[in-house]
Each structure stands twice: as structure tokens, then as C-alpha cells.
Design a protein around this ligand. Structure first.
Ligand code: FAD
Length: 465
């Protein structure tokens, strides 16, 4: 998203000021392993120090297995624990000391993007209701009929109509492939909770907490928290889910009466195809699964990038591009589902059928089961997730696997013994340098809330205010 915003000429300072944005350095998972009070691990955005060269997992197991993997290989969990920002006041916009994305107000970013697109990028924005789809004889979409602006004709139609999937789903009848047999969640409750006071530390990771009924997200914006519970309606009633959400928020010190949460229902899954004839679905119209690793906007980014890079020169090429697009995104959706399921498959929680059923082999994708078997004797590496721009690379699998307490036996791992000892020596050097960088960054980075307030008041380094 940083790259996209920079490419389209949006200023980071405007994102911070107009969308109540804050910096996100990864996700923290509380209670996912067994629900005990010490049960906590991070999936940070930065790659492990020395990733790809050193046998980091071997090095960690050899001398540091008593400490969490992510905390040994990355400074970021320490920065998040200390509520520090991923950059300094003097770091230029979009540049990072530690890799980051954003938390922001989803309504406000829509307004900012629209304003920028119309004022700067030459986009013509028409606000209207689509009431009918008109077709050419060959089945392509010819135009969209609107309530007050008449017909809008086009060569290519991007379906951004959200879950109704107006063009791809409703008009073309491209079915949603449900993934509920793998990922059971089909409901969410969401609310906004103000801070007790304006000075509480500002989190720079999404906090996902596991409960018997599902899991909660807790996202800190400078002005408020966004909190919600994701659950399976087959396992938990709306009343039980509401109680669980309220209890979770009250445990974090909230005393006043809470607003009624917004109730969202969804079928977890993705379309059989995403690009059909001259219509391509992007966003929720293409599919939706629980927001456990916040992958939806990453998929929007990747979809838009591929449409931009491969925009067909003519109608005949479009079918070929559509095929390539469908292959790429079917692969991506399947990998995201594998990755989300990993969080459940390794959990040892016993407090509900929901968790126990998540571990049943028949609920686990075959590819994930095969990889889990291989990873008993070696760490995930590049060739396990080998495509360019994997949404979750092998490093992400390492963070979750070892965060969830998975301990491999590397005694018989390749490569040959001599190379292994070299890579283990490299690993010890990488772990040492991660510790030094951590110390330096803990001493040199500002508090997250202070940086956000500074940007809101004074702008960013080297930029007009
Ligand atoms: C509970 C929840 C939590 C989420 N958390 C995250 C997260 O942490 N990270 C992340 O990356 N993503 C997250 N997502 C996903 C993210 O919200 C979506 O990917 C994003 O909002 C893009 O949505 P969209 O534009 O495809 O659909 P929407 O935001 O639903 O927009 C669809 C638009 O189409 C319009 N429309 C529909 N029908 C018509 C019509 N007939 N005529 C004209 N207009 C029409 C609607 O009015 C609406 O404005 C979450 C989603 C949910 C539900």
C-alpha cells in the first residue's frame, strides 16, 4: 500500500491526518496456542534477520529455543511491545526503519482516494445506483444502466460492488466456492471503542485474541480502537458472541456502556473465476474470508497491479489475460486459505468444539497437510511458496509455525552436514545482529503515539506542512 500511495501521488501526511491512520508493524496473536496468560506471539512484517542465507530455525533451536522465534530473529516484536513507531521523525515519507503498513479509518480512506483520483488523476466519478446490466450479442457487458445518469458504456468493467458481486456473481452467475468446511467463520460483530484517555500508548500491531467462541481483532487508531469478534454461527449464537465481545473489551479496562455492535454475515469463499468475458471482480465481489491476516486489501492491490500491467491490447487478447488472471488469483486465494488454516490447525485449545473441529484432518487442505508433514523435518523455505509476490511467503509460515509452538526435528535435514554447520554459524551471526539492531532501534525510535501526533501537527520530514 505504501508503494501504491506513493505511485499515485498521495502524501503520507494526508493519510495520517485525513484517515486517522497509524502504522502497523504486524499482528500479535494472543491465546491461540492454549489460551494461557503467557500465550502470545508475533507475526511481524519484516523478514527475519539473515532470512534465506542462514539456517535461522536451526540456530534458534540450537541455542535460543526458550525464547519466541520472532523475538530472536526480528526487532519488530520488541518495538511493538514498547509501543514504538517503525520510523523516526526525520525518516522521509513512505520510507521505513522497520517495515510497516497502516491501520486507518476505512470510510475516510474512501473519501481521500476519491478526492485525489478526481482532482489529480483525471478520474470521472459518477455517484449513482446501477440498476441493470446491458449485454452485447456476444455476451460481453455493453453498459450499466444507472438510476439518474443513464447508461454508462465501456470496454472493460471492474466489479467493485462488494459482497453482492453485481456483475460477476449476479449477472454472469459465477458461483462463490464456499470454504466454510475449512474456515468455519461466517459472522462478525464490529464496534468502535473510544480510548479511556488520549494518552494511552498506541498499538502498532493488530491484536488478535482467541476465545472459545472465535477470535477478536483490536486495531488502534490514534482517535479510537476498532474492535470486533469473528465467529462461526454453527458453533456460537449471536447472543453468546455479543457477550464474548463485550467481556473482551471490558477486560481491557473499558467501563462505560458499549455501543451495539454491527453484525456482518458472510460466506467464506471465493469465485470460481474472477475475470469473465470483459468483467473482472476486485475486492469483496471476488470473495471474502475472515480478516485474520488482513489479506483482503493486499489482494485488491495485487489485482489492480495485474490489471494495470496486463491490460489487454484488444478483445481477443482479453480472454488470454483473463485466463492468466484467474490462474494467478485462484492460486493466491488457495494459499491464503492454507495460511489462515495453519493458525487453527496448530492450536491446542480445548475449550470448545469450534477449536477441536478445526484440528480434524478432514477440515485441512491437502497441500497444507503435506507441507506440515515435511516441516516436521525442515523449515519452510522459498521453494514451498515459490511464486513472485506470494501474499504470505515462507517467512510468514515460519513466524506462525514456531509462534504456535511447532518444534521440528532438524537432525536429518538437508543440506549436507558441512554446509549445515556453515549455515548454523551464519544463523548465530544473524541472531546476534538481530539483537544489536533491536537494541539500537529500541533506543532510537519514538513512541508511536508521539510520532503520529507530530505528523498530524507538523507534517513529515522535508515536506510542506
Ligand atoms: C469485518 C471485516 C473486517 C475487515 N478487515 C480487514 C482488514 O483488517 N484488512 C483488510 O485488508 N481488509 C479487511 N476487510 C476487507 C475490506 O473491508 C475490503 O476488502 C474493502 O472494504 C474493499 O471492499 P470492496 O470495495 O470490495 O467492497 P465494499 O467496501 O463493500 O464496497 C462496495 C461498494 O459497492 C457499492 N454498490 C453495491 N451495489 C451497488 C449498485 N447496485 N450500484 C452502485 N453501487 C453499488 C456499495 O454501495 C459499496 O460502496 C474486512 C472486511 C470485513 C467485512
Amino acid at each position: 500500500m505504501r508503494e501504491t500511495l506513493q505511485r499515485i501521488g498521495l502524501r503520507e501526511v494526508d493519510l495520517v491526518r485525513e484517515c486517522d491512520a497509524a502504522f502497523k508493524q504486524g499482528s500479535r496473536f494472543d491465546g491461540w496456542v492454549n489460551g494461557s496468560s503467557e500465550d502470545r506471539y508475533y507475526h511481524p512484517f519484516s523478514l527475519p534477520q539473515g532470512y534465506g542465507d542462514a539456517d535461522l530455525v536451526g540456530g534458534w533451536l540450537q541455542g535460543h529455543a526458550d525464547r519466541p522465534f520472532a523475538e530472536c530473529v526480528s526487532p519488530q516484536p520488541h518495538l511493538c511491545n514498547a509501543h514504538l513507531a517503525p520510523k523516526q521523525v526525520s525518516t522521509p515519507e513512505f520510507a521505513a526503519v522497520a517495515n510497516y503498513g497502516y491501520h486507518f479509518d476505512a470510510v475516510k480512506i474512501g473519501v481521500l482516494l476519491r478526492k485525489h483520483a478526481v482532482a489529480t488523476l483525471g478520474v470521472r466519478h459518477i455517484l449513482d445506483h446501477v440498476t441493470l446490466v446491458r449485454s452485447h450479442d456476444n455476451g460481453d457487458i455493453a453498459a450499466l444502466q444507472t438510476r439518474t445518469h443513464g447508461d454508462i458504456a465501456g470496454d472493460l468493467f471492474i466489479d467493485c460492488s462488494g459482497m453482492p458481486s453485481l456483475l460477476l456473481g449476479q449477472h454472469y452467475g459465477i458461483a462463490l466456492q464456499s470454504q466454510q468446511h475449512v474456515l468455519f467463520n461466517d459472522s462478525a460483530l464490529a464496534l468502535q471503542a473510544p480510548y479511556a484517555d488520549g494518552h494511552v500508548p498506541l498499538a502498532s500491531a493488530t491484536i488478535s485474541t482467541a476465545h472459545a467462541q472465535g477470535w477478536t481483532w483490536d486495531i488502534g487508531l490514534p482517535t479510537r480502537r476498532g474492535v470486533g469478534l469473528v465467529y462461526s454461527s454453527a458453533h456460537t449464537s449471536l447472543d453468546a458472541a455479543t457477550t464474548a465481545l463485550h467481556q473482551h473489551i471490558q477486560r481491557s479496562g473499558w467501563a462505560a456502556e458499549l455501543p451495539t455492535p454491527r453484525h456482518i454475515r458472510f460466506t467464506p469463499g471465493y469465485r470460481e473465476r474472477f475475470w469473465h468475458r470483459n468483467c473482472v471482480a476486485v475486492g469483496l465481489s471476488a470473495g471474502f474470508i475472515e480478516p485474520l491476516e488482513a489479506s483482503a486489501l493486499a489482494l485488491v492491490e495485487l489485482s489492480v497491479a495485474m490489471i494495470r500491467d496486463e491490460l489487454p491490447a484488444n478483445r481477443a487478447d482479453m480472454d488470454l489475460v483473463a485466463k492468466r488472471f484467474n490462474d494467478a488469483f485462484s492460486y493466491r486465494w488457495a494459499r491464503i486459505i492454507d495460511f489462515l488454516k495453519l493458525h487453527y490447525a496448530l492450536s491446542q485449545r480445548q475449550d470448545s468444539d469450534y477449536w477441536r473441529e478445526h484440528r480434524l484432518p478432514q477440515s485441512q487442505p491437502e497441500r497444507l497437510q503435506e507441507l506440515l508433514q515435511l516441516w516436521k523435518h525442515r523449515a519452510p523455505y522459498r521453494n514451498d511458496l515459490f511464486r513472485i509476490e506470494e501474499v504470505f511467503p515462507a517467512a510468514s509460515y515460519q513466524y506462525v509455525l514456531y509462534g504456535m509452538g511447532f518444534k521440528p526435528d532438524l537432525a536429518h535435514a538437508q543440506p549436507a552436514q558441512r554446509m549445515r554447520s556453515e549455515r548454523l554459524a551464519q544463523a548465530q551471526a544473524s541472531l546476534h545482529s538481530a539483537a544489536i539492531i533491536t537494541k539500537r532501534q529500541l533506543g532510537g525510535l519514538p513512541r508511536h503515539r508521539d510520532l503520529i501526533e507530530h505528523i498530524r501537527m507538523h507534517g513529515m520530514h522535508g515536506m510542506p506542512p
